[in-house]
Design a protein around this ligand. Sequence first.
Ligand SMILES: [Zn+2]
Length: 248
Amino acid sequence: MLLDELRDYNSSLLQTSLFKDYCPNGVQVEGRAEVGRIATGVTASQHVLDAAIAWGADAILVHHGYFWRNEDPAITGIKKKRIAQLLHNDVSLLAYHLPLDAHPELGNNARLGKVLGLVEQGRFGEQNIAWSGMLSQPRTLAQFIRQITHDLQRAPQVIGDGSKEIRKVAWCSGGAQGYFEEAVAQGADAYITGEISEQNYHLANETGVAFIAAGHHATERFGIQALGEHLAKRFNLEHRFFDQDNPV
Ligand SMILES: [Zn+2]
């Protein structure tokens, strides 16, 4: 298919124009016009670029691309190296950030909820990006943590009492520790996100609402893979997901 078709399809699928985001969504670096092989990854790191280009990708789709608001716009250092490699190999980089977190079927939060067996009940937070719902059956925090460790293949950092019964759960993938207060206000028994900040400890401790930092990377592996699989099926493309072990 043509890169332009892929770009337009993704824009309408993910409704990218509806989001206020911290980075451009869509084609960030333009490569060859024809696309047959798409690579996906959480972050457009050097590791992901090397692996995807070695595999022969025409386009690389990621959740975390480049050109973040507030970063130095100069193309120097590692940014120069990464962008030069893409341009030299004529490989496109497409990035989908908040629109990919939010998508009701392919998004990070939709997929994270599905993996963990959470039944969605509502949304909250800025641009309705965070989700709330119920565990399909109540269990103790300790049991739920064992399940999360198994499903995400990573032990989360947890602030909470292991014997507490968990029914209502709020979640938002990535660096969404700023929504913890809203999750508490929603009446959640536990809040799951990727990262934790110092003040989250005290709020968890003093409210009794469990805080589960399950990994920024670990909670954001699902959306971009789901998008890649969807595109591969729909347009008969070859797709491969390139993971990178990231403890954060
Ligand atoms: Zn993220």
